[in-house]
Design a protein around this ligand. Structure first.
Ligand code: WAQ
Ligand code: MG
Ligand code: MG
Ligand code: MG
Length: 257
């Protein structure tokens, strides 16, 4: 844990379309960051830019909020990243299934997870599924649970990327920050993810056992259906896990050994 005299702030953004029309609200973009007071303006601008030039469309609603962190920030190491090149989204999904099973998720839970996803097409967060029964254990309906209060200092991320010869891709950074936080908790079993952005087809499975398994093709180009499923031990303490996801401040921090 870091105890600093400097105050840190959590910044959150979400943007959508048709929020105030008859049509169903469409999620466009979301983002979260941690920074000190002097960096708030830059951080807000970065999140604003992200949503104003988005491949899912131009938003007609946006909310950017900041609030001071009162809890100490916990530092954790990023999950280990492995790359899996596949030649079709079908092969990618089969590989994802294999990784989920290896992480301890039941095939029944995976099948039910996909069904919950199809039922909820307008998610802006994640759905939480029990890793054995496949029952959905959050009550957030069509919104999903949004993980926030997490970040990775850009300079630290760039040192990490150079060491592993990986691209300094902001999507990889964002996704690895989220996956590392989500999977660090004792109740987490595994995560399945791909983007809802039509042009971005790389996704991943992450777990304590397998690390962050990047899979190059998880959907076909143009598809706006994204996925974020957290498979957890959902038989008890689900509320404390959700509290952790939304409130515990986490900073990813890397040291080469
Ligand atoms: N908390 C919970 N769910 C989220 C969050 C969050 N902070 N951010 C996104 N989601 C959910 C939400 O339902 C989105 O629609 C869906 O995930 C996809 O989000 O190259 O870019 O930000 O290694 O579009 C993974 C591969 C990219 C990166 C994932 O997701 C790589 C991505 P997106
Ligand atoms: Mg987004
Ligand atoms: Mg995102
Ligand atoms: Mg997206």
């Amino acid at each position: 844990l870091i105890y600093t005299s400097e105050k840190y702030f959590s910044i959150r953004m979400r943007a959508s379309k048709y929020a105030s029309s008859e049509q169903d609200e469409k999620h466009i973009s979301g983002g979260e960051a941690l920074c000190t007071y002097d960096k708030i303006k830059d951080t807000v601008n970065t999140l604003l830019d992200k949503a104003l030039s988005h491949s899912r469309g131009d938003p007609d609603f946006m909310q950017i909020q900041f609030d001071v962190l009162n809890d100490p920030i916990k530092k954790i190491n990023p999950l280990f990243v492995s790359n899996n090149s596949v030649n079709s989204d079908k092969t990618g999904r089969e590989l994802a299934l294999k990784f989920l099973v290896q992480s301890g998720v039941s095939e029944k839970a995976i099948a039910k997870g996909y069904q919950h996803l199809i039922d909820q097409s307008e998610l802006r967060g994640a759905i939480l599924i029990d890793y054995q029964s496949g029952e959905r254990v959050d009550n957030s309906n069509e919104r999903g649970i949004r993980v926030s209060r997490m970040d990775w200092l850009q300079s630290d991320f760039e040192r990490w990327a150079a060491f592993y010869n990986l691209p300094t891709n902001p999507r990889l950074k964002e996704a690895l920050v989220l996956a590392t936080k989500v999977n660090d908790h004792p109740l987490a079993i595994a995560e399945l993810c791909w983007s809802d952005d039509p042009g971005y087809i790389t996704g991943y499975v992450a777990s304590k056992r397998l690390g962050y398994q990047r899979i190059t093709k998880m959907k076909s180009p143009g598809d706006e259906q994204g996925c974020r499923i957290f498979f957890i031990d959902g038989t008890k303490y689900t509320n404390s896990y959700i509290h952790y996801l939304q409130k515990q401040p986490i900073l990813i921090s890397w040291r080469d050994k």
